[in-house]
Design a protein around this ligand. Structure first.
Ligand code: NAD
Length: 352
């Protein structure tokens, strides 16, 4: 019996989590599980004054995998930074020591018209951004702002330890072996020493994966090539900051924020969540797209439990549902059958 923790969070988080549970239930025979649900984000603030309560942390650390909805919303925006709802996700990433963020971008042919790019530029796109999550300018010290008004200076430090680079490089190469066996590592080694080390260490790790092709690309060029020839990329390996930016750019290719899943992996823990936020503008209306959340369940089956077969069934269920014309409002196309969140989840679950 596998042990899962569900953290629906805020806004549309609760609505899409209900649809993920339908999928888990539909596959229960092949994947028996027990799950608990806990509070995180604004919902936890309302209940106990903290976005990431100890009880939630303890259960997250004890679970084999965590399914996370979304956190945040205007109700909690006035809170001091350390008590904002968003600290729910930052807190859990830190507690679970999640160092690798994986965002696959796969296009559904029937939704091609939703992409901001012309069909000829997105045909055949199937890539995954593997972003390092614990290093870089976001965590490097020293950092701060010094000096008097009129003469102030702000500074951050891009810092990477060799071990951090090795760890994420292994993640990328192993993943590539399951895909088209190509890794493109992103850096800015032409001007930054930390990125020179990144490039060198990725190349060293590559020596252990001779069956995988490695290329290197400067981040400025990568931001262009992702638009011009996204289909050429397979695994895109990035440091923290460049990945933050490039993964958002790449997610636009799919056509709607509501479609994309993600995984955040640690040595012993993993968390799966859609890439979007709590969508306060549509929360409570029952119209959110649950596909990103449901595809996050597929990633969980594959990456936490080695069940590629179940992941494939979920992905095929989503693909069939879309091919048969079912659409939530955000992905409506001419002639599509408009359904709400719950109907979309049920249609997908019924095709598993
Ligand atoms: P958002 O992703 O919530 O919404 C952006 C737009 O996309 C909105 O118009 C929304 O309606 C739409 N959208 C998002 N998901 C959708 C779905 N599944 N189906 C249909 N439409 C969808 O981003 P935002 O408005 O910038 O942020 C709202 C709140 O979410 C903020 O409080 C932010 O801090 C938080 N947030 C949380 C996470 C997280 O929990 N990991 C991530 C990003 C933002």
């Amino acid at each position: 019996m596998h042990k899962l923790l569900l953290l629906p969070g805020d806004g549309i988080g609760t609505e899409i989590m209900a649809e993920a549970v339908k999928v888990l239930d539909a596959l229960r025979q092949d994947f028996p599980f027990e799950c608990e649900t806990e509070l995180v984000g604004g919902a936890a603030i309302d209940a106990c004054g903290l976005p990431f309560p100890d009880k939630t942390r303890d259960k997250a650390l004890a679970a084999e995998a965590v399914l996370f909805g979304t956190v945040g919303g205007p109700k909690w925006d006035h809170m001091p930074t350390e008590k904002r709802a968003e600290m729910g996700i930052l807190g859990i990433r830190k507690a679970m020591q999640l160092y690798a963020n994986l965002r696959p971008i796969d296009l559904f042919p029937e939704l091609e018209s939703l992409s901001p790019l012309k069909a000829e530029f997105i045909k055949g796109v199937s890539l995954i951004v593997v972003r390092e999550l614990t290093g870089d300018v976001y965590f490097g010290r020293p950092r701060g702002v010094t000096g008097e008004n009129g003469n102030r200076e702000g500074f951050n430090t891009m810092r990477y330890h060799e071990d951090e680079i090795k760890r994420i490089a292994h993640t990328a190469f192993k993943l590539a072996r399951e895909r088209r066996k190509k890794v493109c590592s992103i850096d800015k080694s032409n001007v930054l020493e930390a990125m020179g080390l990144w490039k060198a260490v990725v190349s060293e790790v590559h020596a252990g994966y001779p069956d995988v092709e490695l290329s290197h690309m400067y981040v400025d060029n990568a931001s262009m090539q992702l638009i011009r020839r996204a289909a050429d990329f397979d695994v895109v390996l990035t440091p923290n900051m460049f990945g933050d930016i490039l993964s958002d750019e790449a997610s636009v290719l799919a056509g709607s924020l509501g479609l994309s899943p993600s995984a955040s992996l640690g040595e012993n823990n993993a968390l799966y969540e859609p890439i979007h936020g709590s969508a306060p503008d549509i929360a409570g209306k029952g119209i959110a797209n649950p596909v990103g959340m449901i595809l996050s369940v597929a990633m969980m089956y594959e990456l936490s439990f080695g069940r590629k077969d179940l992941a494939q069934r979920v992905r095929e269920g989503v693909a069939k549902t879309l091919a048969e014309g079912y659409r939530t409002a955000d992905i409506m196309t001419p002639g599509g059958k408009k359904v709400n969140t719950s109907e979309m989840g049920s249609q997908i679950a019924s095709r598993l």
